[in-house]
Design a protein around this ligand. Structure first.
Ligand SMILES: *[C@@H]1O[C@H](CO)[C@@H](O)[C@H](O)[C@H]1NC(C)=O
Ligand SMILES: *[C@@H]1O[C@H](CO)[C@@H](O)[C@H](O)[C@H]1NC(C)=O
Length: 461
């Protein structure tokens, strides 16, 4: 009906909002009327800035996609990507589990978008990531886990002022990779804050291929490479005895790689090859990313269903002026939007902070935790995560409530799962990459739904 009333767009929008039943008066200026190239949708989208400091110099950018149906009765989910320094908008929303994926000039609908189950809030954090900024560039130096967690908490507090109807909503935080630091650290701050004022109705956290404990996570790589045929027996031996990956990474971030580690790593890199995506050892690489200047070879997989070049598409899309304007986004101190920040100088030694202990505290305070792994990822392999969860369950004295078993999506095995004490869960997503919802969107959505409902993964089909 509305499309007929072309002469009165404003009225039409107002009408649609009334029909949807929810109006956010304090956030009306943040509403996205239409993203360039997007198909028509029934849900509302918002985006813009929330300041996180007293002097209004630092602002974090968010994109909020309300649930497709019954937004008022669905939980609120905060999604965080890792890096540190990568964008939840570009990577999370536009390549993984958001409602759209960029394709050329247009946006195509993601059938398995997580806003089918929840109101999805994507945050570009910390400052210096994506459209988030500080007008004082010296604040990009030495940003660390503590600053990030604090800013994220302030962000949410201030975001609730703009969206008060979400204040008391069931809240889940989900993140991936380095968000294995961000998510538990933010959750811990929330529980502390709740002791003064019960603001955060935190119902659970989920962590995908997360960094939880430096040595265990990083040293799982050697065996993963070896067992998937990416390195030889000889190389496996030196990669586990002469110089392991945690040692290499530590030396690298300290700015002094020893000759012995340098030689081991060069042997590893030669064998694994740059034509294998380390974030999914079975997926084809986006050749235009590998050869950023020349497309010497052309991708031949016409039957490919996963667009391995989606990141390139996202970079192009988010750098369009009309898109930035529709999103209420600005580029402050940078020339272009990029998927991972070029200006942020993150304290990388924080990689070694073990957050599995924070996860333990959350579980002890009654917060359900799910650790899930895309099983084709060699960067944070499932084996390290599974070991860490198992050890934690043992330490907390949690008994197995769901024994290690397969779970199903449609009529196929979607992965494996185990649950401890009905509160701490582990699950793999079969055939999925580091960015699990990107390569296995349908399976990832099943996992997300079970997590929100507090149920074990489906046992039958
Ligand atoms: C928050 O939600 C709970 C139920 O989940 C309800 O009992 C409580 O009254 C609500 N508080 C506010 C301030 O709306
Ligand atoms: C990795 O190397 C470090 C330093 O050489 C050593 O302390 C550690 O035990 C090694 N870890 C594994 C899992 O091999």
């Amino acid at each position: 009906m509305c499309s007929l009333l072309r002469s009165s767009i404003a009225m039409c929008v107002a009408l649609q909002l009334l029909q949807l039943g929810i109006v956010h008066p304090s956030a009306s200026h943040l509403r996205i009327t239409h993203l360039p190239g997007q198909p028509q949708v029934e849900f509302q989208q918002f985006s813009g800035y929330v300041t996180v400091d007293d002097r209004n110099q630092q602002a974090l950018f968010f994109y909020f996609a309300e649930a497709e149906k019954d937004a008022a009765s669905k939980p609120l989910v905060l999604w965080l990507n890792g890096g540190p320094g990568c964008s939840s908008l570009g990577v999370g929303a536009f390549s993984e589990n958001g409602p759209f994926r960029p394709k050329g000039e247009a946006l195509v609908r993601n059938q398995f978008s997580w806003n089918r189950e929840a109101n999805m809030l994507y945050l570009e954090t910390p400052i210096g990531v994506g459209f988030s900024y500080s007008t004082d560039t010296s604040s990009y130096e030495g940003v660390n886990d503590e600053i990030t967690a604090r800013d994220n908490l302030v962000f949410l507090k201030n975001w609730f002022i703009k969206f008060p109807e979400y204040r008391n909503r069931s809240l889940f935080i989900v993140g991936e990779s380095y968000a294995g630091h961000y998510v538990p650290q933010l959750a811990e701050l929330m529980l502390q804050f709740n002791k003064k004022e019960k603001l955060f109705n935190l119902k659970g956290i989920a962590l995908g291929n997360p960094v939880l404990e430096f040595a265990t996570d990083f040293n799982s790589r050697a065996e993963f490479f070896w067992s998937h045929g990416l390195i030889s027996d000889t190389t496996y031996k030196v990669f586990t005895s002469v110089c392991n990956y945690s040692r290499y990474v530590r030396e690298y971030y300290n700015g002094a790689v020893s000759p012995v580690c340098s030689s081991v790593m060069s042997q590893v890199s030669t064998e694994t090859s740059r034509f294998v995506d380390k974030y999914d050892v079975t997926l084809d690489v986006c050749l235009s990313s590998v050869f950023s200047q020349t497309k010497v070879l052309n991708p031949q997989q016409v039957t490919e269903t996963i667009d391995v070049c989606v990141e390139d598409e996202t970079v192009n899309y988010l750098n369009r002026k009309d898109v930035q304007s529709a999103l209420h986004a600005r580029l402050v101190g940078v020339q272009r939007w990029s998927a991972c920040s070029n200006v942020l100088d993150y304290e990388l030694r924080d990689l070694e902070i073990p957050t599995i202990t924070v996860v333990g505290k959350l579980v002890q305070e009654g917060i359900p935790v799910l650790v899930y792994s895309g099983d084709q990822d060699s960067v944070i392999p499932l084996t390290g995560s599974r070991t860490l969860v198992h050890k934690l369950a043992k330490k907390l004295g949690l008994k197995t409530t769901v024994p290690y078993r397969v779970w199903f999506e449609k009529q196929q095995v979607g992965g494996w799962t185990q649950v401890y004490g009905d509160i701490l869960s582990f699950a793999t997503i079969r055939g999925a990459s580091h960015e699990a919802p990107f390569s296995q969107p349908e399976r990832a959505l099943v996992l997300f739904k079970s997590f929100l409902e507090g149920r074990p993964m489906p046992q039958e089909f």
